[in-house]
Design a protein around this ligand. Structure first.
Ligand code: FMN
Length: 186
């Protein structure tokens, strides 16, 4: 699939078929995480693949009930992938934060998640990034150690329904020229 087509065509998928994800497709998706860019190639991002129905149900309890539209997808989809970041390496130089922004693990994990979502979409698989949850609870369920931050989850499987197409801002509200708020010269 053409990358630009993939970027525009990917949608958050919240309804899944139970069909299993072929191992080859799963490996392609996790490879996309591995090849994501990262601060000084520090590669802080890690992914936990969850297939066990009992563990998926437990993870669903970490999403706030009635407030997260992705709740049912956690148990519907055959797989759930949990993205984590190793703390204290992305954005650091000689053990000290290299910028006033501190740890860049959220940024690097975000890049990896987008790679994951686009690779999945190119293979006909659906994803939805889930950030609204009890991260501590997820860490407990999966035995994630203290030095690792749980960042976001996505179900992975074949879509049972297309995602809606939430509108985007007009390009003029997003892109400026020469200075903040600057308009394009015609
Ligand atoms: C950091 C982040 C966290 C998100 N958390 C959730 C979530 O907890 N539940 C959910 O249903 N969607 C979540 N989403 C999906 C967004 O709602 C979705 O990307 C947005 O509405 C645009 O729709 P699209 O992905 O189909 O283009 C999240 C997206 C991002 C980037």
């Amino acid at each position: 699939m053409d990358p630009l087509e993939a970027i525009k065509g990917r949608r958050s998928i919240r309804k899944y078929r139970p069909d299993p994800v072929p191992e080859k497709a799963l490996q392609a998706v996790v490879e996309a995480v591995r090849w994501a860019p990262s601060w000084a190639n520090t590669q802080c991002c890690e992914v936990i693949v969850v297939k066990d129905a009992k563990v998926k149900s437990e993870l669903a309890t970490a999403l706030l009930p009635n407030t997260n539209p992705a709740l049912s997808s956690m148990t519907e989809a055959p797989l759930v992938l949990v993205l984590c970041g190793i703390k204290g390496i992305s954005g650091y130089s000689k053990g000290q934060p290299a910028t006033e922004k501190g740890d860049w693990l959220m940024f690097d994990t975000g890049l990896a998640m987008q790679n994951l979502c686009l690779a999945a979409h190119a293979l006909g698989l659906g994803t939805v990034i889930v950030g609204r949850m009890d991260h501590q609870r997820v860490a407990e369920i999966l035995g994630v150690p203290q030095n690792i931050e749980v960042v976001a989850i996505t179900p992975l499987g074949y879509p049972a329904a297309e995602g809606g197409s939430p509108k985007r801002k007009d390009i003029s509200q997003v892109v400026y020229y020469e200075k903040y708020g600057g308009m394009k010269k015609v």
